[in-house]
Design a protein around this ligand. Structure first.
Ligand SMILES: NC(=O)c1ccc[n+]([C@@H]2O[C@H](COP(=O)([O-])OP(=O)(O)OC[C@H]3O[C@@H](n4cnc5c(N)ncnc54)[C@H](OP(=O)(O)O)[C@@H]3O)[C@@H](O)[C@H]2O)c1
Length: 215
């Protein structure tokens, strides 16, 4: 599959590298076609890796990942272009962390809205699936690095899109029974508002943890 990965941070690189390892063709997108981080990543990630602008990456992908800061995701997707995400599965990994007043960050959107919903409203023809935002990047693509059973959440309005993302997550190593479908995209409020607790846990146990829902 051809995948556009919007974002040159650790999440974009980690997901992009895993996708290339799995045989997908990945274009990493940035504000600039000559972004150094993206160029270095593309040079080192293997034959299926390329880079370009947000628009170029989104246009090339059959499926698109949003791995930009939640504070600027609408801007980045605006630059990617509505025509380049319409009709496509758009996996939103972002969190609305606002560091403008220092640490700990606050949430730039919460309670009755979320970045996932903002994106779905702004790009109504995209099939937004919120996923993977509740864990450190390394765990997203290597769940076995955390011992025991633990979970990944998906939410979105399109069942077919969630099924496709679920398949992709299984190819990342997630057991099907550990992928929890939380319903429509409004569930992104909960997974994004988990971040204050995630940050406190990280301060206590380090970043290599995840949560398990026991029932
Ligand atoms: N780090 C983690 O382990 C982790 C875990 C779960 C979820 N997340 C979430 O995943 C997302 C990506 O995190 P990250 O740490 O990899 O990267 P990040 O530093 O949050 O975001 C990097 C990307 O944001 C873009 N960007 C910055 N300012 C912009 C602007 N004004 N307009 C458009 N684009 C702009 C950058 O573009 P350029 O390429 O042009 O510089 C870059 O591609 C975040 O929302 C984060 O909260 C992170």
């Amino acid at each position: 599959m051809k995948v556009g990965v919007l974002g040159t941070g650790s999440v974009g690189k980690t997901i992009g590298t895993k996708l290339v390892e799995l045989g997908h063709e990945v274009t990493m997108g940035s504000r600039s076609a000559t972004n150094e981080q993206a160029a270095e990543w593309a040079a080192s990630a293997g034959a299926g890796a390329g880079h370009g602008t947000f628009a170029g990456a989104a246009a090339s992908g059959e499926l698109v990942f949003n791995c930009t800061s939640g504070m600027v995701s609408l801007e980045a997707l605006g630059a990617a272009g509505e025509e380049n995400v319409s009709g496509k599965v758009l996996v939103d990994v972002s969190n609305p962390l606002d560091f403008s007043k220092g640490r700990p960050p606050t949430l730039s959107v919460c309670n009755d809205d979320s970045v996932g919903e903002q994106i779905q409203r702004a790009f109504p023809e995209a099939k937004v699936v919120k996923a993977l935002n509740t864990m450190n990047a390394a765990i997203m693509v290597d769940p076995a690095s955390v011992p025991g059973e633990h979970d990944v959440f998906v939410s979105g309005n399109d069942d077919g899109a969630k099924a496709q993302v679920s398949e992709l997550l299984q190819s990342f190593g997630w057991p099907a029974e550990r992928i929890i479908d939380l319903g429509d995209i409004t569930a992104a409020r909960g997974t994004e508002m988990y971040l204050p607790l995630w940050l406190r846990l990280m301060g206590t146990v380090g970043p290599a943890f995840n949560i398990h829902v026991a029932s």
